[in-house]
Write a protein that binds this ligand. Structure first.
Ligand SMILES: NC(=O)c1ccc[n+]([C@@H]2O[C@H](COP(=O)([O-])OP(=O)(O)OC[C@H]3O[C@@H](n4cnc5c(N)ncnc54)[C@H](O)[C@@H]3O)[C@@H](O)[C@H]2O)c1
Length: 352
């Protein structure tokens, strides 16, 4: 049993956050959330955890918000490439500038540990063999650049008494109250469950590291309580070597999880052939006691079971609620969010 800590969890209301919050609470930690609630009404399965929360934009955080915490786990972000392409300035402001400010306020408030939710996407995608934490960073999108720039800025802030640590996740899958269908395995199983067909647009050969959302929560909790010397200013690819999969494997898991579903490999010219495999040797070496609970196959089965239980419809799967870009576009088109991605009014926040 680890010592309970008082944790500020930003982005607690999102896909990963709504799984991580109850996990941290179950471990005995005292958790306060901070989120602007972009996706608050986008709930697929019940969210039973209630934690106290600061409802505000991460760009508006003030020193008082950081008082009295042992650690910050920073998840809040515009969380994929397509949103980054919508308006690059939003991703820079929210993912980078606000992260640096949050970390400065945390450091000044005496918060000892700052866990940053980073991404393996920062290596770029190439035909190169295997990327580890010393591989050159080659961010190809504003989203990926925001993660690189944030890590670099946080690195300069590390000092005695303030330990940033960078957890570079692969693509996350698994059931969450604030579900996403815009990540690879969730999307493949959703298609199998609602259309009975899983289409692979490429030849299926590209590699992707994937990680179950519950294992993300478990890994962050582990790092939170690890000795400072092991994590101070360190980057870790967050996952395990056996969690690198070719897209065709993931598609097969999806098909096998849903009785009667069919696989179509389209092998389209111009399809996304970007590929990378990540090495997770550093994580395994540093945290030898940590065991990964989930495999992609078990995760696909869990997704399929859940979709059957709740009767997931094609409308839910293809609609706007669980695809981050579509939902933000809806909030913008209906004037609920303004052109700075801020709520037009407190009322809008509630009815979104
Ligand atoms: N899901 C993945 O596959 C994956 C992979 C690698 C890294 N990550 C990183 O993990 C973190 C969480 O990802 P997720 O999948 O839960 O994303 P998500 O989009 O589901 O959740 C992000 C949360 O941050 C909040 N947020 C966004 N902008 C905000 C702002 N300006 N002020 C306050 N709150 C704001 C949103 O309301 C949302 O609740 C992100 O930093 C993401 O980049 C995710």
């Amino acid at each position: 049993m680890t010592a309970p800590q008082r944790i500020l969890l930003t982005g607690h209301d999102g896909y990963i956050g709504s799984v991580m919050a109850p996990h941290l609470v179950a471990l005995g930690h005292e958790v306060v959330g901070l989120d602007t609630g972009y996706y608050a009404p986008c709930t697929l399965v019940p969210d039973r955890t209630t934690i106290p929360a600061i409802v505000k934009d991460i760009r508006d955080v003030v020193p008082a918000d950081l008082k009295g915490f042992d650690a910050v786990i920073h998840l809040a972000a515009l969380s994929n490439d397509p949103i980054g392409n919508l308006d690059q300035g939003w991703t820079t402001d929210i993912n980078h500038t606000a992260t640096v400010r949050l970390a400065e306020l945390a450091r000044d408030a005496g918060v000892r540990r700052f866990l940053f939710s980073s991404s393996c996407i920062m290596y770029g995608m190439s035909e190169a063999g295997v990327v580890d934490e010393r591989s050159p960073l080659d961010p190809k999108t504003e989203y990926a650049r925001s993660k690189v720039k944030s890590e670099m800025a946080l690195r300069d802030m590390a000092r005695d008494g303030f330990s940033p640590v960078y957890l570079r996740n692969g693509t996350v899958y698994g059931v969450s109250p604030r579900m996403r269908f815009d990540t690879v395995l969730n999307n493949l199983v959703g298609a199998a469950a609602t259309a009975g067909v899983v289409q692979v647009h490429s030849d299926g050969k590209p590699w992707r590291p994937v990680i179950h959302v519950e294992d993300v929560a478990r890994a962050f909790a582990h790092v939170l309580s690890a000795p400072e010397a092991d994590i101070h200013n360190e980057a870790f690819n967050n996952g395990a070597d056996h969690l690198n999969h070719q897209v065709i494997d993931l598609a097969c898991f999806a098909v096998e999880a849903v009785p009667g579903a069919k696989l179509q490999v389209l092998n389209q010219p111009g399809a996304d052939q970007r590929t990378y495999k990540a090495s997770f040797a550093k994580f395994a070496r540093t945290f030898p006691g940590f065991e990964w609970k989930w495999t992609a196959r078990a995760g696909a089965d869990e997704l399929a079971r859940t979709f059957a239980e709740i009767g997931l419809t094609a409308e839910q799967f293809g609609g706007r609620n669980f695809t981050r870009l579509k939902w933000l576009n809806h909030l913008l088109d209906t004037g609920q969010l303004d052109r700075k991605l801020r709520w037009a009014s407190a009322e809008e926040r509630r009815i979104a």
